[in-house]
Write a protein that binds this ligand. Sequence first.
Ligand SMILES: Nc1ncnc2c1ncn2[C@@H]1O[C@H](COP(=O)(O)OP(=O)(O)OP(=O)(O)O)[C@@H](O)[C@H]1O
Ligand SMILES: [Mg+2]
Length: 226
Amino acid sequence: MTVIGVASVKGSPGVTAFALALATTWPGSALLAELDASGGDLAGYHGLQPDPGIASLATEFRRERDPEVLTRHTQTLLSGLKVIAAPAHPAQAYAAINALAPALPALFPKLLRDTMLIADLGRLVGPSVELARSTDRLLVLARAHLTDLAHLDGLPPNAELVLVGRGPYPPKEVTDALGLKVRAHIRHDPVAQAFLEGRRRRTRLVRAAEELSATLATFVQLEPTP
Ligand SMILES: Nc1ncnc2c1ncn2[C@@H]1O[C@H](COP(=O)(O)OP(=O)(O)OP(=O)(O)O)[C@@H](O)[C@H]1O
Ligand SMILES: [Mg+2]
């Protein structure tokens, strides 16, 4: 399995919306895992049951670690996308991510070989950093403003930036100043919330994610799973 992590360092620049858009537009089989230690939003937006999800996955993971484990903890959105949703409650989400972080990465190569795992890692703090380091691609979203960019020091070495919205700093300047590749620049999407809640399908954000999905998919094909 190949894993694309989507994360932030501060603020809420649109990680969940972008991860959902990437998973929805992935040109092949994709699974979205909400590995956000601050608590998940997908279950609330899409009326999902509390279980199965990240919490039940973490519980099973303590006893059994077979390669099919992820498939037993998914729910399906109306769009058809399979998701493993995090509990909304931060303490429950943190406990589940904390339990998964030390061992889940070792299992990534054996899990679901033909499926792309898009992981919404939320903010990179605590156990999320360990998960982020183990992803094949790590997309860190940040608004193109000094206040957001100032927090980007010390990211894991696999991190690439996705700039969100207008700002005074063009991608090249950001790369020169921070030494981080800018993988994409997505614009403000006035209907991002409607997309997040499953009420809109083709939005500006989705089209941007579709373009990036197509690019990343070509890289992934060049990097066969061990
Ligand atoms: N590209 C975008 N343009 C404009 N608004 C956006 C965009 N992406 C997300 N939003 C809006 O910003 C808010 C936060 O989005 P989202 O929940 O995706 O962010 P997040 O980084 O996952 O936040 P959190 O830290 O709470 O997990 C939501 O109201 C969402 O609709
Ligand atoms: Mg989020």
